[in-house]
Write a protein that binds this ligand. Structure first.
Ligand code: SF4
Ligand code: SF4
Length: 244
């Protein structure tokens, strides 16, 4: 990993195409109100068991929420993201953002990583090579050099923690209660946006849900059933399973 990276955005617009942009709860409300589609991505793990990466335990615990699953309990992490299979709906014909002053937090942070366990690697980003050959120092020792950018990263991590209970409640209200196992994949839902907006307007945190883990690999199914967790390997109807 580079200890220090320079960076200057070239304005190529590639990060605004083909990327589902994670949104805070408030940003998801705004996205829905503006007529945008949200994709819901869910992964779960057992607190000290399957799916939990030991080195990331604290990070995962902070941004996940406990829910019942069979006779046991799993922790689910939920991402509400702007659904951008092609060009973002806010990208204009000149590759400029129409909502630049109010763009989501993650759009302000890119290409810096939000997960503290993922090192920033230019080869994993859409930015062209010249973007990394100019401009001021972006990160030093994995920390953003610009204090304003560092504050945005912290704000994004904090929102993940603050929002998770409400996101789980929205999922439960809409029946989006099948999770993938972290490290094995995600489940992905495209909710009806009227129902999604209504659920966001009346979040009922703390309501009981009953969750299922979608796993297809026999060895994982055996492990999870051994913990009395409910699993399914049936072909999904209301969601997609994006396996790794
Ligand atoms: S909201 Fe703006 S900055 Fe964010 S992906 Fe869309 S066009 Fe790009
Ligand atoms: S992909 Fe990189 S260089 Fe291109 S607009 Fe996005 S942040 Fe800027």
């Amino acid at each position: 990993m580079n200890d220090s990276l320079r960076f200057a955005c070239t304005g190529c617009g590639k990060c605004c195409t083909g990327h589902h942009v994670p949104l805070t709860l408030d940003e998801a409300r705004q996205w829905a109100a503006a007529g945008g589609q949200v994709v819901v991505l869910i992964e779960g793990c057992v607190a000290d068991g399957p799916g939990m990466p030991p080195a990331q335990r604290e990070h995962v615990l902070r941004r996940s929420h406990p829910v019942p699953c069979g006779q046991g309990e799993i922790r689910v992490s939920v991402t509400f993201a702007a659904f951008n299979p092609g060009r973002c709906r806010n990208l204009d014909d000149n590759d400029l953002c129409r909502i630049y002053e109010n763009r989501p937090l993650v759009c302000r942070i890119y290409p810096v990583e939000i997960n503290p366990h993922i090192p920033l690697r230019p080869e994993n980003k859409d930015c062209p090579p010249e973007a990394w050959e100019q401009g001021p120092e972006l990160i030093h020792g994995a920390i953003p050099v610009d204090p304003a950018l560092a504050a945005l990263v912290q704000a994004s991590r904090q929102a993940d923690r603050d929002d998770i209970a409400a996101k789980v409640a929205v999922c439960q209200a809409l029946g989006m209660t099948t999770s993938a196992l972290k490290g094995d994949g995600f489940t992905a839902y495209l909710p009806d946006m009227s129902a999604f907006a209504a659920a966001l307007a009346q979040v009922s945190v703390g309501a009981e849900g009953s969750w299922t883990l979608h796993v297809e690999r026999p060895e994982l199914i055996g492990d999870l059933r051994g913990l009395e967790l409910r699993t399914t390997a049936e072909a999904p109807v209301f969601y997609a399973f994006i396996g790794f």
